[in-house]
Design a protein around this ligand. Structure first.
Ligand code: IMP
Ligand code: MG
Length: 181
């Protein structure tokens, strides 16, 4: 057992549960995007593990790209101030875009990314998020594919961090409040 486990109050989704859910989403995307060669845009860093497993569960030709925005710093609350740290390299004009994000909390980050990418005139744009916190949304946000809905606890592991740590946990857990309060 890893020493990081001591900082968790519970396991939310174990490796098997995550794998099976991603296989389902990948199968669904493979049907819906057949002959469309979608471009999956991974929002760094949190969605990186999700992207890697998701594309390996897809059986159609596709492309990937990466984008990084600033949102949380090292805290646990969204500032609402979003800034692009790394832009995409691909010309997405006329392409079918799928934004791959780790988690939607207030919805501000995903909404910003969505508006930004829409300005590049893609043929279509959808969002695929591993975790969704429906009770935390502050705005109406478009979520097309979702791994799991969760409560307002702070989740870490499988790419999700707190202060850049815990991303390497192979499962998703709830961080004890005492660790961040
Ligand atoms: P939003 O803009 O409030 O929706 O925040 C989304 C971003 O905040 C995500 O991409 C995560 O990086 C981070 N975030 C929100 N909730 C959590 C959480 O429970 N664990 C880890 N990161 C989170
Ligand atoms: Mg993120």
């Amino acid at each position: 057992m890893s020493e990081m486990n001591l900082d968790l109050s519970a396991v939310l989704f174990d490796e098997n549960t995550i794998r099976n859910r991603i296989l389902d989403i990948g199968a669904q995307l493979s049907i819906e995007y057949k002959d469309k060669t979608p471009i999956l845009i991974c929002i760094l860093k949190g969605a990186s593990l999700f992207l890697c497993d998701l594309i390996r569960s897809m059986t159609i030709p596709l492309e990937i790209d990466f984008m990084s925005i600033s949102s949380y710093g090292s805290g646990t609350k969204s500032t609402g101030v979003v800034q692009i740290r790394k832009d995409i390299d691909t010309d997405i004009h006329g392409r079918h875009v799928i934004i791959v994000e780790d988690i939607v909390d207030s919805g501000l980050s995903l909404n910003y990314i969505m508006d930004y990418l829409k300005n590049h005139n893609p043929a279509s744009i959808k969002t695929c998020v591993l975790l969704n916190k429906p009770k935390a949304h502050k705005i109406d946000v478009q979520i097309d594919y979702v791994g799991f809905d969760v409560g307002n606890e702070f989740a870490v592991g499988y790419g999700l961090d707190y202060a850049e740590k815990y991303r390497n946990l192979p499962f998703i857990g709830i961080l004890k409040e005492e660790v961040y309060s």
